[in-house]
Design a protein around this ligand. Structure first.
Ligand code: LMR
Length: 328
């Protein structure tokens, strides 16, 4: 009953023939950490619009962007407690629950954006998405952001040697720490909301993110160099609380699913467009020197980072890595 009380607010508007659940207004809180002008921010608003329209206002979605309600760590706890009903964390942030999610951080694993999306939507991606169900979190969609690139404010990063002695922010420990260690750099896990300041005051020298996150967080104000590396992925798993889900009527679940499917299509179309636009914005700021890795540069990085495959294959699961490699 406590669970329902958080998400279902009686509005007393139903006729006497309606079932009790039908008369109750459903309030869905959707919290995330990025700006509204990101693929995730825009898709969350699209989902809200669709759910409210399809349900005739009987279901309400409240979206809280930019860690306004809760930040990275707290959003997972809040979802598990059913204090919020939807989150869309970057895949990496689920490593504490299921190490296989570190797949997205395997350096140079996915051949392209399409290869990543085809993996997510294929059988192994679906298996991974559903792996959190025993923990009370229901995976409902994959939303893309894009490939990650390195930024820092000390020097241009063209070869693995250039990373020596620098310190980078990571989204989580595990494979990302190992990646920077292999490059001779240090790392520190910081919540997304803390990164701008950490870059500004020199707590860390650099970070890795998509063009769109870099731009919408204005890292160009506090970073001098950007290496177009595309070495890893930053995408999202949309999760809901299992008990909340089971409290919905079949009609409400249909509305939820249809809206999520449309919002996912919207996010998928938007991601590349917003990242391209953000790349232009960062370049146009004139504050950041760009370097694009050549094929020969990439080979050098791949060689230095290769040992991570042996080390993490067992932790992630060989079947996931093989499926990701084979994805086109
Ligand atoms: C980050 O922490 O860098 C990202 O996960 C933020 C996000 O949600 O895109």
């Amino acid at each position: 009953a406590a669970v329902l009380a958080l998400s279902l607010v009686g509005c007393g508007g139903g006729s006497s023939n309606d079932g009790e659940k039908k008369a109750e207004k459903v309030v869905i809180k959707f919290s995330h950490v990025v700006a509204e002008t990101t693929p995730k921010g825009q898709a969350a608003l699209k989902f809200k619009e669709l759910v409210e329209q399809k349900s005739g206002g009987q279901m309400e979605v409240q979206v809280f962007p930019s860690s306004q309600l809760v930040g990275d760590k707290e959003e997972l706890e809040a979802l598990l407690a059913n204090n919020i009903q939807i989150i869309a964390p970057s895949v990496t942030k689920l490593v504490g629950f299921e190490p296989s999610f570190q797949l997205v951080d395997m350096p140079f694993l996915f051949a392209s954006d399409e290869a990543a999306m085809n993996f997510y939507n294929g059988p192994m991606g679906q298996k991974l998405m559903h792996s959190l169900e025993p923990k009370g979190m229901l995976g409902i969609a994959w939303w893309p952001n894009g490939a990650k690139h390195f930024t820092n404010n000390k020097r241009p990063l063209k070869t693995p040697e250039d990373f020596k002695g620098l310190k980078f922010r990571t989204q989580s420990g595990g494979l990302l720490d190992a990646q920077f260690k292999a490059l001779g750099a240090g790392s520190q896990t910081l919540a997304f909301a803390e990164v701008y300041q950490a870059l500004q005051n020199g707590t860390v020298d650099g970070q890795e993110n998509t063009f769109n996150n870099t731009d919408t967080q204005k890292y160009q104000e506090v970073q001098k160099y950007l290496t177009v590396s595309g070495h890893g992925r930053l995408d999202y798993v949309v999760l809901t609380n299992t008990k909340f889900w089971n409290s919905l009527t079949p009609e409400q679940q249909n509305i939820f699913n249809e809206s999520m499917q449309e919002a996912t299509e919207f996010a998928t179309k938007l991601a590349n467009e917003l990242n391209d636009k953000s790349r232009e914005n960062i370049e146009a700021s004139g504050k950041v020197e760009f370097y694009e890795l050549t094929e020969a540069d990439r080979e050098k990085f791949i060689k230095v980072l290769e040992p991570l495959y042996a080390e993490y294959e067992g932790k992630i699961g060989k079947e996931y890595i093989d499926a990701a490699k084979a994805s086109k």
